[in-house]
Design a protein around this ligand. Structure first.
Ligand code: SF4
Length: 288
């Protein structure tokens, strides 16, 4: 049990001023933020989200953009397949839902790029529905405050677990946002700030902080990975309005040619890059 008065009172006072949580932000703009925030910190998302929604405020505006423009606007947010999926999602919303983001979880789940978390986040944050929204932050707060464990691996029970905590009234969506905010800013993975936590009862704290029984995931390395090489190759293509030669791409990564070839192949397979008839390379949609 997490008392909603404690959590909501704290959220009123301490919430971060995130632009996608402000009044007047549309469901499409919330959806864009959720695509961008997957595995990416708020500080990196904020400027790109601002520019994105100013340029393409609706699904139809995004759908009308070229895939290459979308990849350029995604910039260095990383995991660029998300940009491609977001573009496909916009096209589907225009074609199948009359330019209106669906509000129910089942229909949201049928759209490209939308999984269990994003569907519920949009239903809850954009449409104020009483649905459980479970990300790593929420899972951790519930594991600690309710179950007395240091953390929790993802499980099939998560949704029911969190749904049982939601207030029955109109506060439920705000409760979900507040729970996520608490995990992001106070009950953090490495150094929970229990001294300023608004929850008067926490099972993990009461139990004397028993150690985790499962190993925490190691932080993913970036330097030297295929992801970094893919990012370098995309940087070259984003910086050119016309297709580039293989040699121009090759200078982006000279340390390991096999890794560079593998990264380029994966970009071609993912449909983020295409090859022109004369053998040059371009962002998707710009190959002529
Ligand atoms: S008391 Fe500490 S461990 Fe418990 S929910 Fe608050 S910040 Fe997390």
């Amino acid at each position: 049990m997490i008392p909603s008065t404690e959590l909501l009172g704290w959220y009123e006072r301490e919430q971060r001023d995130l632009p996608w949580r402000r009044p007047g932000v549309t469901p499409w703009q919330v959806l864009v933020s959720e695509f961008m925030l997957q595995q990416t910190p708020v500080a990196r998302v904020e400027p790109i989200w601002q520019a994105w929604v100013a340029r393409w405020p609706t699904p139809s505006a995004t759908a009308a953009a070229s895939a290459a423009d979308v990849l350029r606007a995604w910039g260095k947010l990383g995991y660029p397949r998300r940009a491609k999926r977001l573009h496909e999602c916009a096209v589907a919303i225009v074609g199948e839902h009359d330019d209106v983001v669906p509000s129910d979880v089942e229909t949201l789940l049928s759209l490209p790029g939308i999984g269990a978390y994003t569907a519920r986040a949009v239903a809850c944050f954009a449409y104020r529905q009483r649905v459980p929204v479970v990300d790593t932050n929420v899972r951790r707060v519930v594991a600690r405050a309710v179950h007395g464990r240091a953390d929790s691996a993802s499980s099939a029970r998560d949704l029911d677990d969190v749904a049982a905590l939601l207030p029955d009234d109109a506060d439920a969506p705000r409760f979900s946002i507040a729970l996520m905010e608490l995990g992001a800013t106070v009950c953090t993975a490495r150094s929970p700030r229990c001294g300023i936590c608004p929850l008067s009862v926490c099972a993990w704290r009461s139990a004397g902080y028993p150690a985790a029984t499962t190993q925490s995931r190691r932080t993913q390395r970036y330097a030297g990975t295929d992801r970094q090489v893919r990012g370098r190759l995309l940087d070259v293509l984003r910086g050119n309005d016309s297709p580039v030669t293989r040699a121009e791409l090759d200078i982006a990564w000279l340390t390991d040619t096999a890794q560079r070839d593998r990264a380029l192949d994966s970009l071609l397979v993912d449909g983020l890059v295409e090859q022109t008839a004369d053998g040059r390379f371009a962002l998707a949609g710009e190959g002529g």
